[in-house]
Unconditional design. Structure first.
Lengths: 304, 384
């Protein structure tokens, strides 16, 4: 059992106030424990946690390049095996490093079946370089390379389904979680690390700077993404979905309107068609994963 | 023991005796025989290593990087496009001071696509912080692996090394090669014991990012290590001579330089051809010699200058071209001889497998004697 009182991702790093990924790192490390080697991809987390000569990591940590974290981890894992060592290997990459530029290395490492856990902190764009769209950016989000404008409603494409892609590689354990559900996050990271073979955990990690909301609302944003059905929390073991977070679903608007990246859907005029498209995404998610809480009896409104 | 063996297999057997813990490579012509042979050894338990079959050269070198950081000895091999794909990782390994050895079966770079030999691939990585050795024959190709690991892993150096040998010309050619025993190699090459590694018992951070206040000092430290590696190479070469009888104590090798008026400078298998051509020219009374550069990084400037000081002219044979400028070796020889008054003539030769024979060497010497240089040698008539 890992001692969760330990802070292996230390304070004093240089993340923005309210940074979702920083919270993710803290929770990941609580779940992973001291017997862990972390391989980081280039990105926000790598930069804010290790400005030489300072480091926030109290476990052995390595960063090589943007796109090769899974391959570096393959080498680390092979070396540990050869040396008969027992440390667990955990890779942490942002959505750009995971969904886009690192895809080749990740696919190769999962196909080879290395014993490691790949964790993606998903803040839905390239935040470190100034909020450019990635394959994880949701439909209609405004970013600096998918700007909303006279003839654009923001990002044209829905989010890439990375968990499904990695499940298709035969990963024994695939899960999604959110910084807004710390226990769920830690439990899933722990389970992924315990499971032999290449496992994937995708952590939804809201970014106040990139999404355009006040830093004290990060947890609220994380919760709303889940409660609207836009980000589904599930767990998949050996290809079968074994656990899903059920919710009393809220309309997507409640999530969208608190963020500047979706402001163009509401001002100067409401873009009903696009809001409906996003709602349809949530509805499809709800149906696919069965996240809606079905009440046995319809709630009756008191008379008078 | 003397064996009649294909170059690639001499290299793979030398690598086996270096006892790598992790081997990771991706197939590319003409490197394939090396990595196939290593895979067979692992399959037959004659090499106790983790062999990671990756989906790209980029991942191959990245996996090696992770393995070295975790404290294991790593090996890879590649050619041409594969090395180009590794470009980013090459700089990264040197920057992170992670030593390993990689064999380059030298091959031209696309486009046009060519599987044949020149040295453009590894020359293009000359600025990456790796040590670079170029082998004249398969004996040297095999031997340089023991030496490369020894120097690369020295605590004062900690830099990766490339052992370059000409694709097909050496890699696919059978030659007699004196292979040492495992015990002899073990007595020469100590176990890899890095002062820092990824270890939960002693956590450190590798590969942090540096602000402008620190970055230059890191680059300075790499350059210093490379500069100092000259002495380590000499020491390792001297010990090699004592143990195995073959002398690599100098970073360059002179051939019939005594009273040479025209001195050729070359790297790799071309040196063997040049030596034969020089013997014939000497027989005809022409005063010609050769300076072979075995260690290209660090560049042995002082040794080159000393070897060339009596020459009337220097003719550099470059199997590469810094497009828009000149041959890479030629430029450095000119730099070393600046102010000496000795003319340095550069010849771009043998690109993409264009054959270089003794008569070509003789023609180049004639061109040099006439003062005609800085040209692509042997172009087709319709172009020339």
């Amino acid at each position: 059992m890992v001692d969760k009182t330990l802070e292996l991702f230390d304070c004093g790093h240089r993340a923005c106030g309210g940074c979702g990924p920083a919270l993710a790192a803290r929770l990941i490390m609580k779940a992973a424990g001291t017997d862990t080697i972390v391989v980081s991809a280039t990105g926000c987390m790598e930069v804010f946690s290790t400005p030489y000569p300072e480091t926030a990591w109290k476990v052995p940590w390595i960063h090589s390049l943007f796109e090769n974290a899974a391959a570096v981890a393959s080498g680390v894992e092979a070396a540990l095996k050869k040396q008969g060592r027992s440390e667990k290997v955990v890779v942490i990459g942002g959505d750009g490093a995971t969904f886009d530029i690192g895809m080749l290395c990740i696919s190769g490492a999962f196909e080879r079946g290395h014993d490691f856990t790949y964790i993606c902190y998903d803040n839905e764009a390239y935040m470190n370089t100034g909020i450019q769209r990635s394959g994880a950016t949701p439909l209609d989000a405004h970013t600096t390379t998918s700007p909303a404008g006279k003839c654009s409603t923001g990002n044209r494409r829905p989010k890439k389904d990375m968990p499904a892609i990695l499940a298709a590689h035969g990963a024994p354990y695939v899960a999604t979680t959110s910084i807004a559900y710390p226990n769920d996050l830690m439990q899933k990271v722990e389970r992924a690390i315990e499971t032999k073979g290449p496992c994937y955990v995708q952590i939804h990690a809201p970014c106040p700077t990139g999404w355009g909301y006040e830093g004290d609302r990060t947890m609220v944003m994380g919760k709303l993404a889940v409660e609207t059905g836009l980000f589904v929390l599930f767990e998949q073991t050996d290809g079968t979905v074994t656990r899903v977070k059920k919710v009393m679903r809220k309309p997507v608007e409640e999530y969208l309107k608190g963020q500047k990246r979706f402001a163009h859907l509401f001002k100067p005029t409401r873009n009903e068609a696009e809001i409906a498209r996003i709602q349809a995404t949530a509805d499809r998610n709800a149906e696919k994963f069965g996240i809606d809480i079905k009440l046995k009896k319809p709630v009756e409104k008191p008379e008078g | 023991m003397m064996r009649f063996i294909e170059g690639s297999l001499a290299v793979s057997d030398a690598v086996r005796m270096c006892r790598p813990d992790v081997v990771s490579a991706y197939p590319i012509t003409p490197q394939t025989h090396i990595v196939e042979s290593l895979a067979e050894m692992v399959a037959n338990c004659t090499l106790d290593a983790e062999y990671i079959t990756v989906e790209s050269e980029f991942s191959a070198l990245s996996a090696c990087l992770g393995a070295v950081a975790a404290g294991s000895r790593a090996y890879s091999a590649t050619s041409s496009q594969g090395l180009a794909l590794m470009f980013e990782v090459c700089f990264n390994l040197a920057g992170m001071r992670l030593p390993m050895v990689m064999t380059i079966a030298n091959r031209a770079i696309s486009a046009p696509l060519s599987i044949w030999n020149d040295q453009q691939d590894s020359i293009s990585l000359r600025d990456s912080g790796w040590l670079q050795f170029y082998a004249e024959d398969n004996q040297e190709a095999a031997d340089l692996h023991y030496l490369a690991y020894k120097v690369a892993e020295d605590q004062k150096i900690l830099l990766p090394a490339m052992v370059c040998f000409d694709g097909f010309i050496l890699s696919h050619t059978y030659e007699p090669v004196d292979m040492p025993t495992q015990e002899e190699v073990d007595a020469y090459l100590p176990k890899f014991n890095p002062c820092q590694r990824l270890d939960a018992k002693d956590p450190i951070s590798f590969g942090m990012f540096a602000f402008p206040e620190y970055y230059m000092e890191f680059r300075y430290a790499i350059d210093q290590a490379l500069q100092q590696s000259r002495e380590k190479i000499r020491e390792a070469g001297k010990e090699f001579k004592e143990k195995f009888g073959r002398d690599y104590s100098a970073l360059v090798e002179g051939y019939r330089l005594e009273d040479a008026e025209t001195v050729l400078v070359a790297m790799g298998s071309l040196c063997g051809t040049a030596k034969d051509a020089i013997d014939e020219m000497r027989g005809a009374g022409r005063k010609v010699g050769l300076l072979k550069i075995r260690t290209y990084r660090p560049f042995p400037g002082e040794e080159v200058a000393a070897a060339l000081k009596g020459a009337k002219r220097v003719a550099v044979l470059d199997k590469n071209i810094s497009l828009g400028s000149k041959g890479a070796v030629g430029l450095e020889v000119k730099d070393v001889l600046y102010g000496s008054g000795i003319p340095v003539l550069d010849y771009i030769v043998g690109l993409g497998g264009r054959d270089m024979r003794k008569r070509d060497i003789e023609r180049i010497v004639t061109l040099a004697e006439k003062g005609e240089g800085d040209l692509f040698y042997g172009l087709r008539e319709e172009v020339a």
